[in-house]
Design a protein around this ligand. Structure first.
Ligand SMILES: [Zn+2]
Length: 165
């Protein structure tokens, strides 16, 4: 990871926001400060954001709070509302499936009407090609770039999303 001082101003702001949120996981602390990355609740996995969502012993923060903060962070990088709700829908379904041992993943409401083809492709690509746990590790489907921000290149959008968690 690049040193904080070398990041663009926009990314510094994103980091500053995150550092004051629940997303300050032990895994992230490990990359910044070299402290232990392990989840203190189950002690069997690194405490990434994805792990906090599915830790079998629950997390110190409610899932509702975690998703609320993640939504705010997506807002912070100017993610359009429809894209934001689609990403959150995917992550919520993934989290629920982990807990219930299921693999079904429905489309977000309204996305099946054919008027948001690129967004639907991004959602389906993430769900069936990349997966949602990899999404939180930065393996973001290429279609997200197309639906995120008109003034940003696909690469910039991916970098922004990858740095969130
Ligand atoms: Zn845990």
């Amino acid at each position: 990871m690049a040193a904080f001082g070398r990041l663009s101003r926009e990314r510094q702001i994103t980091y500053a926001k995150i550092s004051h949120t629940l997303l300050q996981t032990n895994s992230r602390n490990y990359s910044f400060y070299g402290t232990s990355a392990v989840c203190l609740i189950c002690e069997s996995a690194d405490e990434t954001f994805a792990h906090m969502l599915v830790c079998e012993y629950g997390s110190s923060h409610s899932k509702e709070d975690l998703f609320k903060v993640y939504s705010e962070v997506l807002k912070g990088i100017k993610t359009p509302e429809r894209v934001r709700t689609t990403i959150l829908h995917g992550l919520e379904q993934w989290t629920r499936n982990q807990q219930e041992g299921r693999t079904t993943q429905s489309l977000p409401a309204g996305l099946d009407k054919g008027d948001h083809v690129a967004l639907e492709e991004a959602y389906l690509g993430q769900t069936y090609e990349n997966g949602w746990e990899p999404f939180l590790r930065g393996r973001v489907h290429s279609k997200w770039g197309e639906v995120m921000q008109k003034d940003k290149s696909e690469h910039e959008v991916k970098v922004l999303l990858c740095d969130l968690v």
